[in-house]
Ligand binder design. Sequence first.
Ligand code: FAD
Length: 332
Amino acid sequence: MTTILNNTSLKSLHTFRLPYSARKIIEITDAAALAEIEDAYYVLGEGSNTIFTSDFEPTLARIAIKGIQVERAVDAHYLSVGAGENWHQLVEYTLAHDMPGLENLALIPGSVGAAPVQNIGAYGVEVGQYIHKVRAWDKQSRTFVSFDQQACQFAYRDSLFKRNANRYVIVEVTFCLPHAWEPTLNYGGLTELAGTRSASAIKDAVIRIRQSKLPDPKEIPNAGSFFKNPVISQQQYASLLERFPQAPSYPTADGNVKVAAGWLIDTLGLKGFSIGGAAVHTKQALVLINKANATGADILTLAYEIKRQVADAFGIELEVEVRLLNHKELIS
Ligand SMILES: Cc1cc2nc3c(=O)[nH]c(=O)nc-3n(C[C@H](O)[C@H](O)[C@H](O)COP(=O)(O)OP(=O)(O)OC[C@H]3O[C@@H](n4cnc5c(N)ncnc54)[C@H](O)[C@@H]3O)c2cc1C
């Protein structure tokens, strides 16, 4: 079914809850409809990584395709999941049916269709590891296309879909959860679970840690990490360490170093710093919040100011992780 919504408030459709509206939203529950309707400019999932900084003129699409189909093969469970399913509910479903693998990604807000776009990740696991196939509508060729894991070009908070912004409308994601499962416990507060073989216990721990660290968007509007953790060369890292020996960092697979963006912002004393109604969260420097009646301009000015201060102090360019939209297009 296809539903058209005109002049609709976006406040409850993105977690930063800015009071803007969309001229037209097309909601679809059936992939086949994509071939018959106009192409929307931007696909909106649950809006937890999207900030509308103004009223939005071009057409939006919301993909409400539901369904989880499970196939048990010799090596793994293969789950084909509609893009409109909720991510955390999928994680709960897999664990309730004894299919471990996604537990470290519990409680990440958003839809299944958005998960491959920025290759969601947390506590040492990225969703791309478990993606077997992505089926999407290609607005350029106006056909349905399928991408295997390699073709998705997953990288840190990145993928083919993110790099070709607005080209593909993901309708279904197929996950491969191998029967041979090993827990990933080398991150954050999970190390104390060493030795556990219970994916549900890991999921519960992840939920507890996340709830203690991150503001709940239902109470404090936010879009999660506003900036990516910057990846710098060994040489840049050595010079950073000379001035800041305590800078937290993680090695990357390609020999570079990922630095904690939250630490950079915190070190500049910016926790709680605000411009208009937008602020840096007082407990988590990587999260910007809508403190009270923030405007799009408040957020853009705050983000610009943080980027400027980090560049001046550390010589590091922060890259915005969230998707920012102005009145007519994606601006990051
Ligand atoms: C409190 C909080 C904590 C978070 N923690 C994490 C975390 O730990 N790790 C992490 O990686 N992210 C995290 N995020 C970010 C966010 O949860 C993810 O990016 C999530 O995948 C966004 O899903 P969504 O449906 O809300 O996407 P939206 O914000 O609606 O869209 C995000 C992007 O995906 C595209 N998109 C959405 N659906 C489709 C589709 N069907 N086809 C094609 N493109 C589509 C959009 O066009 C946009 O580019 C957090 C966010 C919040 C608010």
